[in-house]
Design a protein around this ligand. Structure first.
Ligand code: G3P
Length: 199
């Protein structure tokens, strides 16, 4: 029963539509109608600017962290952090407040890792930031970093972490199908940072 409550709370926390609310409240913009149309950090950064993008990034990461920590608050086993965290990611991607539309899982998934293994979170963040700097494409960085992360878990011999990493990899790749199609056509959107972006 406690676990079910944790899962529902995590889903609701993950469902909080940060980029949509920041766009509507502070910029009177419906983020669905701008840029890539995605309700996430990258599109917030692209459409609403650096400050708004950073705010969305932090809140979306913390959604994953808070959602994942529910089992700890309820005195349950620590490994449940990972499975309950997935509920927050599902909420972020299929938000009850956005008619089951949502983001692409990256920031909220990172939040689970922050709750579970902060050192690996920092390493993955550096990998992601480096690839964004080189390519100016967050999708490439996201798709590469999640693979790096999943492979890295093999060296930790934590099979629950590896299992959850594989589940999250599948979610992230499914959510990035439009990006993968654009990448294959050489038409992926850039973000206004890094080596490839020219003003
Ligand atoms: O995390 C989302 C990112 O990988 C891609 O976002 O807006 O370029 O589709 P976007």
């Amino acid at each position: 029963m406690k676990l079910l409550i944790c899962a529902i709370l995590a889903y609701l926390i993950g469902s909080f539509p940060t980029a949509y609310i920041v766009g509507k409240v502070f910029f009177h913009k419906n983020i669905f109608e701008y840029g890539s149309g995605n309700v996430g950090t990258t599109n917030a950064y692209r459409v609403l600017g650096k400050v708004a993008g950073t705010v969305v990034l932090i809140i979306d990461i913390l959604k994953g962290t808070l959602g994942a920590l529910m089992p700890v608050f309820f005195g349950l086993d620590r490994h449940l952090i990972l499975f309950v965290g997935i509920c927050a990611v599902v909420g972020h991607c299929y938000s009850i407040f956005l008619k089951f539309r949502g983001g692409k899982a990256v920031a909220t998934s990172a939040g689970i890792l922050l709750a579970y293994n902060p050192l690996l979170f920092v390493i993955c963040f550096i990998v992601l930031a480096t690839i964004v700097y080189i390519t100016s494409m967050v999708s490439v960085a996201s798709l590469t970093t999640i693979l790096f992360f999943t492979i890295a878990t093999l060296f930790l011999h934590d099979w629950i972490l590896t299992t959850v990493a594989i589940i999250i990899t599948v979610i992230i790749y499914v959510r990035h199908i439009p990006n993968i199609k654009r990448l294959l056509k050489g038409q992926e959107n850039l973000v206004p940072v890094g080596l490839r972006y020219k003003k």
